[in-house]
Design a protein around this ligand. Sequence first.
Ligand SMILES: Nc1ncnc2c1ncn2[C@@H]1O[C@H](COP(=O)(O)OP(=O)(O)OP(=O)(O)O)[C@@H](O)[C@H]1O
Length: 260
Amino acid sequence: MDVSIKDISASIGKRKVLKEVNLNIHSGEVAGIIGPNGSGKSTLLKNMSRVIRPDAGVITLSGEYIDKMSSRKLSQHLAIVSQESPVTFDFTVREIVLMGRSPHKGFLKADTKHDEDIIDLALEKVGMQEFKQRSFSSLSGGEKQRVMIARALAQEAKVLLLDEPTNHLDVHHQIQIMDLVQKLKNITVIAALHDLNLAAYYCDRIFVMHQGEIAAYGSPEEVLTKQLLKEIFRVNADINIHPLTKKTHITFLSESLLYD
Ligand SMILES: Nc1ncnc2c1ncn2[C@@H]1O[C@H](COP(=O)(O)OP(=O)(O)OP(=O)(O)O)[C@@H](O)[C@H]1O
């Protein structure tokens, strides 16, 4: 399912946070949204999932306007893992992942063996199957993050929005989650990422946000240049193609290294 964002502008209070943003993300693509703090990445994802309504512009999923879809239909198409964990009551891990099934079930319909199998598979994919009966609130930040990803997988949406999916995760689980995301078949993934080397390694294309606008986009090799890192991220860096992975690899350089 492809995602098209056309001339989206959005404000929070009096502040314009997104300014005529245009993006076209192809079906099955892993797209990375990168940018400094406050550049508008989360706000863009919130507009795509209709948590925030834009001032102007339209968003379509395979040509269908999201603002014309019912909430149920939108959740069948699109799942979001946001930075905020929405849970206030003490649910078990199983119950949290089961919530991902609700767009596919009738009102008050009992859970089926099919739902249970999907929950088990989703938990297995994120390596959390042993935690199925644990209380969600007792989990560590990284464990919670993996359960929220399992919930999104159980939703079986064709578009997956991930806001900082590797935030809180140790390096093993960062790679586990990004490997999983990359292997998802026929699913369009749009992920806001701070780790530029993870973005370079896993994303087909990268979109760079700066002050509410798209400053650049293209393949990681095209986008992640020394000049862009200096201008947008205000860092000095050495950039190579890694001999083993054949992907762009960034080494960040401290000011002291440059001027000592
Ligand atoms: N509820 C809010 N009230 C006021 N300002 C907000 C609110 N939410 C976001 N903003 C502002 O909107 C701008 C964009 O925020 P957003 O969270 O989209 O940025 P981001 O690129 O995701 O940042 P980060 O990398 O820090 O997560 C920021 O300047 C932020 O302070």
